[in-house]
Design a protein around this ligand. Sequence first.
Ligand code: GAP
Length: 513
Amino acid sequence: MAKQEDVFKKVISHAKEYGFIFPSSEIYDGLSAIYDYGQNGAELKNNIKQYWWKAMVQLNENIVGIDSAIFMHPTIWKASGHVDAFNDPLIDNKDSKKRFRADVLIEDYCAKIEEKENKEIEKAAKRFGDAFDKAEFEATNPKVLEYRAKRAAILTRMAKSLETENLADVKALIEELEIADPDTGSRNWTEVRQFNLMFGTKLGAASENATELYLRPETAQGIFVNYLNVQKTSRHKLPFGIAQIGKAFRNEIVARQFIFRMREFEQMEMQYFVPPGTELEFYEYWKQTRLKWHLALGLGAENYRFHDHEKLAHYANAAADIEFNFPFGFKELEGIHSRTDFDLKAHEKFSGRKLQYFDPERNESYVPYVVETSVGLDRLFLALFSTCLKDEVLEDGSERTVLSLPPALAPVKAAILPLMKKDGLAEYAETIFNDLKYDFNLFYEEKDAIGKRYRRQDAIGTPICITIDHDSLADNTVTIRDRDTMKQERVAVADLRRIIDEKVNFRTLLSKI
Ligand code: GAP
């Protein structure tokens, strides 16, 4: 089995074993691509939200946050284009009865070509050693050039066929490339059809006069339709932003890769309203600012890259993804889009209401342009969890699993561990717990050998363990153990609040942005 697959399996099993993520409705055999966050997962998720919210709303005096409803007027989705165009091309295999996204089948085929290309490069790097010039090799090696040209031709043809709704050609491409069902090898395909990703539901008790609604497929529209309310009540001048964190729902045809592609997920989106003509400047600003925000998490600059969109949606005049190196390769983590005035203009048209802004400097009214940043909370969770989960061999040859999360995001900030229950150690430990619990999320445990307890805290990413022993009773000191260095230090109980705060506060993280 490929190493990457092993890593990913370990991520999924660790997430379950340590109370981060459970398959939803598990006692009923689960529900496809729906997951529940457990006790540690919910804490980590909340901390990620706080990091995002503070960076957006607290640090920027011209960005405010809202919380709009999941149910929205159905015409909103007509105006936004989701009713007509929020589709994925699907194809069924007649033998296996399995359903696939036609574009993903083709993209996976291209990813295999890319793998071959990378192998060529790796082989050459080994052969030439220090003398290897990667850029030169990539630009001149006939095999690499052939693989690249093949990939580009396939992807360009697919993009054109999808854009022109030529679904017959998408099928023809699948057949020409001899793409088979990955599980069964069958090439017995149906036609390609478009499939709308929105979940429908009904509002109202009597079925005859119930209103057809959709579960929102993105949080952004809740911001657009509230833009004027917020602008008027906050009295912000342009440029200003509205941020929101919330659930979104998409009936993904193939939901896979654990929490990477789910049917119910959370987004953290910010729409930045700017005067027309300034949007590309702000687009560049937000691209760099968002990357810096990610880099501050310390997961390694080499794990991020921009993917600038060459083919733009009809409403965008610039768009890029921040891609992250997940256990299954580089994939989209966040999107940054310059959406022009498309959404607000569409809502003006469909609602019949003016959504203009009077610009006192230009002395004119206009519909603002919008730059959007949109990151998937669950994808960010996966990026953090999979990168921070490490197996380490220690100096004495023993092994440990450690989740080296940024301390501010750790579910538990400190564990309070009396060496034993008796001799008054538990009571003393409890007084420490009760004193610190107002400031930090703590964990208390008095069972098992201390080494075992340390390991359990390492596995959930607790930055500090505090051990209470007999000396503590005599001199009001405790031993603190650092998760990453495993160094132990004797400190005064009176200093604990300051020591933990210095380690886990958001200030340290936010000041790196
Ligand atoms: N308002 C713009 C928008 O929704 P998007 O690229 O469709 O853009 C933004 O989604 C982000 O939401 C993605 O970059 C991704 O992180 C996350 N996302 C999208 N679909 C998802 C899914 N099915 N499961 C988990 N996260 C998803």
